[in-house]
Design a protein around this ligand. Structure first.
Ligand code: B1M
Length: 221
């Protein structure tokens, strides 16, 4: 198992998507995150181990290198693509669809923010715990969140933000949804947030990771 975990982690850190991908040049022809994740699952490595021991820490390393200017946006984008190619294989394990739907969860990344890997993980896990998920995508304007709440009475609304600058868009969206729909349940998450921030802007809950998000929404279903 360790061998797969290490290789998947390296393929994400290096931005190696699959064997056909020419990037990075020194890994040409080698399997990437796509094939390695498929093989790991076929060899009995648990989906949750692949996610928590390989994929999430690998993106953490990429983030540190990016912060230290040892990696740049195009390389980070390749890592994100490699991560997404691995996530496609995990999806069936987290979204079996066998459970009766508990309700509707609407989620989006807030205006000005294009980061979607964390949001996609949260969607996947929540869908897997029996919810119908409506994913509004990235760069979601306040009006779109409001429209979605209006179209889905009784839904739980989730917002994700990864940039300190877009925490402001989150605040605006939460406050406006709240003023239109005072009893709307709102869950927020994303690396730069804190519980204090979430409560100050009027959200009902802050989830630092998808597990807490799942526990929260299941607790109020
Ligand atoms: Co960007 N980026 N990025 N980036 N990027 C960060 C966030 C950054 C911390 C990197 C750094 O400097 N170390 C930094 C933000 C600094 C800050 O604001 N404090 C940063 C920056 C600066 C930028 C740009 C401004 C860079 C530039 O252009 N100069 C730019 C902004 C673009 C924009 O959004 N307008 C930018 C662009 C990009 C890429 C497009 C290249 C790419 C995104 C690709 C994509 O998402 N499709 C990218 C990436 C990949 C990252 C890092 C490296 C990884 C993010 C990630 O996917 N992590 C990131 C550094 C880092 O996080 N260490 C970084 C893995 C993911 C599983 O974790 O998203 O945190 P995360 O989600 C977690 C939790 O936060 C939580 O659950 C998830 C799983 O545990 N969670 C929720 C998230 N949402 C939730 C919602 C919930 C509940 C839990 O309920 C609703």
């Amino acid at each position: 198992m360790d061998n797969f975990i290490d290789r998947i982690s390296i393929s994400i850190q290096r931005g190696k998507i699959d064997a056909n991908s020419p990037y990075p040049p020194d890994m040409k022809g080698e399997p990437g995150a796509d094939e390695l994740t498929r093989e790991a699952l076929q060899n009995g490595v648990a989906a949750n181990d692949i996610l928590t021991l390989a994929m999430i820490p690998a993106m953490g390393i990429v983030g540190e290198l990016f912060k230290d200017k040892k990696l740049f946006v195009p390389q980070v984008l390749m890592s994100a693509k490699a991560m997404n190619s691995a996530m496609l294989h995990l999806k069936p394990y987290f979204t079996s669809g066998e459970i009766k739907q508990r309700g509707t969860f609407v989620i989006g990344t807030v205006s000005g923010d294009l980061h979607d890997i964390g949001k996609n993980l949260v969607s996947m896990m929540i869908e897997g715990s029996g919810w119908r998920v409506i994913d509004l995508g990235v760069d979601v304007k306040t009006e779109r969140f409001i429209e979605a709440v209006q179209e889905n009475p009784g839904c739980i609304l989730g917002m994700s933000a990864l940039l300190t600058t877009t925490m402001e868009s989150m605040e605006k969206s939460v406050r406006q949804v709240r003023s239109n729909y005072p009893s709307q349940r709102i869950l927020v998450g994303g690396a730069p947030l804190s519980k204090e921030f979430a409560f100050r802007i009027g959200a009902d809950m802050y989830a630092p990771n998808p597990q807490v998000a799942v526990e929260y929404i299941n607790s109020i279903a």
